[in-house]
Design a protein around this ligand. Structure first.
Ligand code: GSH
Length: 340
């Protein structure tokens, strides 16, 4: 009872103080970048990773607006860092890219840094050593994807051709990389499809309740998110504390929405389910990863070094497979902007 009262005080305090705080952060970032304020036009931001639940929570308009502001501020700041000139790319000495003929000249990923769907695509591009640039999308204005009628991320452009929906993007690229893949047995294809579906329909929903599970973990997660952005020291501290407090409450709603009673148990069960699916093989694909291996790895990669990821590795059998994947995928093939 005492705890509930404490939490509701914290919630109220967060909402009241952070409205002021986010206005400050927002106007400071905007003035630096010469952009209009976010405050207006809070449209339907629906990131399952960070903001989706606010849209469903019509009873909490302040929380909704808070999350939009924080998320927008954070991601918008990250976008600023993507505008700098590209200077260095992954080196490709023994690259898998050299073993296939798909060599696009200009690949651009429009993303949110911590979005699991975007991270699936990044894991695929990294695995196949396909160099790509990243444009961080502001989830409120979405001005970076104004040119597209599809308003979710990831969006990938490959030499000017637009691709949307993480699974379709991966399928599409994979067909260009390995047209001979159709020779696989139907059983293998079915198994790969089944687990690709499991990532989108199950695994991604277990992640948010875990990374924002406690106030401490929410702070840790926001530290990760804001560290990847282009924040001044003050902006970073403010975004971190207001965002963490807001997402702590949101994660409780996410739990309910996806019928999760114990988030860690659900995460451990998911990890064990995946290891069982491997049936003793190094990868679901056998001796090398298939698309499902890459998707699971991509979705888990942003949480691996957060407390939830460490707990998952400590309390389940997933660690060996994860380390194998980390080694096999190798360095990111992202073309970094100057100063990144
Ligand atoms: N099925 C899509 C789902 C993509 C998705 O839901 N992305 C979220 C971000 S994690 C999004 O863009 N939501 C809409 C929004 O933020 O406005 C995929 O796999 O790419």
């Amino acid at each position: 009872m005492k705890r509930a009262t404490g939490l509701s005080h914290l919630r109220r305090a967060t909402i009241v103080s952070s409205n002021a705080v986010t206005t400050t952060i927002t106007s400071s970032v905007n003035s630096r970048l010469g952009q209009p304020a976010f405050g207006s036009g809070l449209s339907s931001t629906k990131s399952p990773w960070l903001t989706k639940i606010f849209v469903d929570d019509s009873s909490s308009p302040s929380v909704q607006s808070l999350s939009h502001s924080i998320a927008g501020t954070m991601f918008f700041s990250v976008a600023a860092s993507s505008l700098a000139q590209d200077v260095h790319a992954k080196e490709l000495p023994t690259s898998r890219l050299q073993s296939h003929k798909f060599c696009p000249k200009d690949v651009v990923l429009y993303q949110y840094e911590a979005c699991p769907f975007c991270n699936k695509v990044k894991a695929f591009l990294d695995y196949y050593d396909i160099p790509y640039k990243v444009v961080e999308v502001n989830p409120i204005s979405k001005k970076e994807i104004k040119w597209s009628d599809y308003k979710k991320v990831p969006i990938l452009t490959v030499d000017g051709e637009r691709m949307v929906n993480s699974s379709d993007i991966i399928d599409n690229l994979f067909k260009r990389i390995s047209p001979e893949k159709s020779a696989d047995s139907m059983q293998e294809v079915d198994e790969e499809r089944k687990w690709l579906g499991w990532v989108d329909n199950h695994l991604v929903h277990v992640l948010s309740p875990n990374i924002y599970r406690s106030v401490g973990e929410a702070l840790e997660s926001f530290d990760y998110i804001t560290t990847h952005g282009n924040f001044s020291f003050t902006e970073r501290i403010m975004a971190k504390y207001t965002g963490a407090a807001a997402m702590y409450f949101v994660s409780k709603k996410l739990k309910k929405k996806h019928n999760i009673t114990d988030e860690r148990k659900a995460l451990y069960e998911s990890a064990e389910t995946w290891v069982d699916a491997l049936k003793g093989r190094d990868y679901l694909g056998g001796l090398k990863p298939n698309l499902a291996d890459i998707a699971v790895f991509g979705a888990l990669r942003p949480i691996r070094h957060l407390q939830s990821g460490k707990d998952m590795v400590e309390h389940t059998r997933i660690g060996k497979w994860y380390s194998r994947m980390e080694k096999t995928v190798g360095d990111s093939s992202r073309i970094k902007a100057q100063g990144e």
